[in-house]
Structures are given as structure tokens and as C-alpha cells.
Design a protein around this ligand. Structure first.
Ligand code: MN
Length: 322
């Protein structure tokens, strides 16, 4: 049994707290310390492997500050989500100058959550943290296979960054280190953008059986059709994890990221895609990475991320509450 390596939530958001007529997301997410949870929201504030601009270590508190804008009610299907047990359980204890300990703490915590059967909604950090997040998930579910639906402008299938770890390698590391669990034939990359990649990385995806759906193909087919493909492939695995790099989203929606993308996906499409994925019986978690508050405008990217998490919880609530 793993041990969670946590720093408990410390941010105090008092505005709109105790709203008498609406359950605000921040109060819905307030944790009483119990592990009797359907889902945990978890910060992973490590950005020591970003190769361009850093700043994503500040994302968890920025998104905590965005949650009070939203409530636990969905108008579109008149559903109150309050009976889904979710909580902000704090941040993984990350030490930005110590990558190994940070990754070990991340993996221990996600392993702990998986062993407890708690779905995880995690927030980086740079995209490298997707590797220890899903490493812990695999360790927490020995013998179980994992499908990944990956939204990103980039494949992130690099071997290394001049021999070292980076935010461009996590999914290759997972495929190589867990060949019996992380299944290329169940993995789909969506939004991989023109002018951001190279043929070697695309060929690696082909070799591993990973389906690559570009930004252009996503616009042409529409997100519902693309997600039908991705979800059908993901049903071939025991577990599904949705991994989102903010730079897969157009900078008009999500400017606050290390590599802003003027040729990216529609932010609403990705939010709905997450809702549909969370409704799948095998969905065990998601992450958002590369959200960088120092380059954000008007909190746009933090607000968008908070909405994506609410859509994840909505999908889980539909599964649990019918
Ligand atoms: Mn990425």
C-alpha cells in the first residue's frame, strides 16, 4: 500500500463562500479529511522539466481561485452533482529542485488514490508530471491495462531532452516502461498540430499503434466523431486516463501556457470531450498540464481549466447518480 505524499490545501478563498442559494464549486470541493471519496482533485506543482517558459507550478492555486465562479448544478440536464463525493485534497509535496523526489511523491500519491479506488483529477505542473502520475496509476493497478486519450499540440514522444528528462517525453516513457499496461493500440492523440512536430515522432506513434488525430482533422470531423473513435479504442483497456496539455487548446481560449497555440482546438470541445470520457465505465482519472498563470490573461486559462474539471465531475456524476 502506497502512502500519499501531500501538502494539504492551504489557500483560503472567502469570496462567495457560504452562498446560501448555490453550492459553489469551492465549497463543494472543501475536504473534511475523509478518504471516502468518489474523486479527488489534486495539485502537482512541479515545473522543473519545462524546456521553454516555466510558471505552471502556480497553476493549482490559480484554479482554486477560479472554482468559486462555478456551481455544482448543470442546467443542460438539470442535475445536482452534490451526491458525488469530491474534494480538493491539496498538492503533492513537490520540490522544484529535486525531480526524483517530486516524481516519487507524485507516483506514490496517485498509486495511493488508485488503490483506494478514488478517481483523480490532477493539475500540473509541466507536462512531464503526466509520467509519474500515470506511473503511480499503473503501479496501483498491477496487471491492468491503461488507455490514454491525449489532447496536445505535440506528441511528447521524444526520447529525451539532450539526454535528460523534459516535458516532451512523458508518453514515450510510459509506453516503454509499462509495455504490458500502457497500450498504444488503445491510445489516441487529439489536436496534434501542424508545424509543431516532426516525422520521426509521428512514425513512433505509428510503430506503437497510437492513433493520431490532428488539429485539422478534428475541425473537419467534429469533436463528437473524433471522440467516438477515441472512446471505442479506449474500451479495449481496463482503465482510461485523459491527459490534456493546455497548448493543444487554441490560445484564444487558453493563452496561459508555455507554448501558446494559435492553431489549436476549441476549448468548449475539449471540455465536452472530458465529460463524455468521464462517463465511460473504465475512466479513472485525468490531468491538465502546462497551465501557466504568469502568462495568463484575465484568468482565462484558469477559468477554462476549472470548467474542464467540472465537466469531468459531471461525467462521473452521471455514471454514479444516473
Ligand atoms: Mn505536451
Amino acid at each position: 500500500m502506497a502512502e500519499a505524499k501531500l501538502v494539504k490545501p492551504g489557500i483560503v478563498v472567502n469570496w462567495l463562500k457560504g452562498d446560501p442559494i448555490e453550492n459553489r464549486a469551492n465549497q463543494w470541493l472543501e475536504w473534511d479529511g475523509s478518504w471516502d471519496l468518489d474523486a479527488a482533485w489534486l495539485g502537482v506543482p512541479f515545473d522543473g522539466a519545462g524546456t521553454v517558459r516555466s510558471g505552471s507550478r502556480h497553476a493549482p492555486d490559480a484554479v482554486r481561485g477560479a472554482f468559486p465562479w462555478y456551481t455544482s448544478y448543470t442546467t443542460s440536464d438539470r442535475m445536482v452533482m452534490d451526491d458525488l463525493k469530491v474534494a480538493d485534497i491539496g498538492d503533492v509535496h513537490c520540490i522544484v529542485t529535486d525531480m526524483k523526489t517530486s516524481y516519487d511523491n507524485i507516483s506514490a500519491t496517485t498509486q495511493f488514490l488508485r488503490e483506494k479506488g478514488i478517481a483523480m483529477a490532477t493539475l500540473g505542473g509541466d507536462n512531464s508530471v503526466s509520467y509519474p502520475i500515470m506511473r503511480g496509476l499503473c503501479r496501483g493497478a498491477p496487471g491492468k491495462t491503461l488507455a490514454i486519450i491525449h489532447f496536445d499540440a505535440h506528441h511528447d514522444f521524444r526520447e529525451s531532452h539532450y539526454g535528460a528528462m523534459s516535458s516532451g517525453v512523458p508518453y514515450r516513457l510510459l509506453l516503454e516502461e509499462f509495455p504490458d499496461q500502457v497500450k498504444g493500440e488503445c491510445m489516441t492523440q487529439i489536436g496534434i498540430s501542424d508545424f509543431c512536430n516532426n516525422p520521426t515522432l509521428h512514425a513512433y506513434a505509428d510503430k506503437k499503434g497510437v492513433e493520431v488525430i490532428s488539429n485539422v482533422e478534428t475541425w473537419e470531423r467534429g469533436i463528437r466523431d473524433v471522440m467516438n473513435t477515441a472512446l471505442e479504442r479506449a474500451r479495449g483497456a481496463d482503465m482510461l486516463f485523459v491527459s490534456i496539455d493546455v497548448d493543444g487548446i487554441d490560445q484564444a481560449w487558453a493563452p496561459g501556457t508555455a507554448a501558446p497555440n494559435p492553431f489549436g482546438l476549441d476549448g468548449r470541445d475539449v471540455a465536452m470531450a472530458v465529460r463524455w470520457a468521464a462517463q465511460e465505465a473504465n475512466c479513472v482519472g485525468m490531468d491538465i498540464t502546462e497551465l501557466s498563470p504568469p502568462t495568463d490573461h484575465q484568468g482565462m486559462t484558469a477559468n477554462w481549466a476549472a470548467i474542464v474539471y467540472m465537466n469531468f465531475f459531471c461525467g462521473l456524476a452521471k455514471r454514479k447518480l444516473g
